[in-house]
Design a protein around this ligand. Structure first.
Ligand code: CIR
Length: 303
């Protein structure tokens, strides 16, 4: 359950940020309008927002996801892989300290962008009672990245051992996140009782970050683009494939009981509707022009 989110207003020079796509120059008023609707969506889902002011020094700074990772047991500041984004961490440090006085940091020579980090949403949260299921008497619970144990309905999901959350993280190694950064994060996660696996996307065409191509939506399901579907780390999950031509839609986010998806991807939307998910569909055209997606625009957490 998320109760808070940190966001940052797009700066007037948003169009001067980095991009690898050729979709035109973002329109600033339209960017602000799309961002505003994103904020409204988060508020409607019950989140309290901390909105950082726009910062003209950093045209990409609205993509706050890249500068910190927040887990159930603490937060860590990243060291962004793009030189032009390095200075974005300072403002996030000041903000996050209010929630997490002990902040860890990725240090040189490691680089890491939050867009490369995907936390697997467990099927059921710890302490929840296994519900009556339509499909049978048992439910698999994700623990440490594996589907164990199988609990009968009415049982309570076991509490983790001291210091453990049992959460699993996929860590993308990309043109932004190097092996040293990935290893630092994996080591830090291990101190929090979390597990991780590395997904090398350096040879995967068309995606900047790991989460440009996958998303975790709970229910033991992963959204995945075709070129990542065969990765052994994803075996054991039910894969929801994104149709060719709709790859951008893979970057969606589960916020409490609702999935936020980008507008304009009808096959993907129909797939999720067919699976009975509650959806909010948001126009993301201007952010797509700058390689940004729904996950990039906020850090969502429960302090
Ligand atoms: C960049 O290239 O860094 C930005 N223009 C886009 C960052 C998108 N962030 C994300 O996917 N987490």
């Amino acid at each position: 359950m998320f109760t808070h989110a940190i966001t940052r207003l797009p700066a007037a020079n948003f169009a001067d940020g980095l991009t690898t796509v050729d979709l035109g120059i973002p329109d600033y008023p339209k960017t602000l309008a799309e961002h505003g609707r994103y904020l409204v969506a988060l508020k409607e889902l019950g989140l309290t927002l901390t909105q950082l002011p726009a910062d003209l020094r950093y045209p990409d700074s609205t993509f706050v996801e890249d500068v910190a990772i927040i887990t159930e047991n603490g937060a860590i500041l990243t060291r962004p892989g793009a030189e032009s984004r390095a200075g974005e961490v300072a403002a996030m440090k000041d903000t996050l300290r209010q929630f997490y006085p002990e902040l860890a940091e990725i240090v040189a020579p490691g680089t890491l962008d939050g867009g490369d980090i995907c936390e697997v949403v467990p099927v059921l949260a710890r302490g929840e009672v296994v519900p009556v299921l339509a499909r049978g008497e048992v439910v698999p619970v994700l623990a440490r990245g594996e589907v164990v144990p199988v609990l009968a309905r009415g049982e309570v999901v076991p509490a983790p051992a001291r210091g453990e959350t049992g959460a699993h993280f996929f860590i993308g190694i990309s043109l932004r996140t190097n092996e040293a950064g990935a290893q630092q994060l994996a080591d830090w996660l291990a101190t929090k009782g979390c597990t991780s696996s590395f997904i090398d996307i350096r040879q995967t065409p068309g995606i900047l970050h790991l989460k440009s191509g996958i998303a975790s939506i709970g229910d033991n399901r992963l959204i995945v683009i075709d070129s990542l579907a065969a990765h052994p780390a994803f075996a054991g999950y039910e894969l929801i494939r994104v149709a060719a031509g709709e790859e951008y839609a893979a970057n969606c986010i589960l916020v409490n009981d609702t999935i936020l998806i980008a507008a304009g991807f009808p096959k993907f939307e129909a797939t999720l509707r067919g699976l009975d998910y509650k959806l909010k569909v948001l126009d993301m055209s201007e952010f797509q022009k700058m390689d940004g997606g729904l996950s990039c625009l906020s850090l969502r957490f429960q302090p």
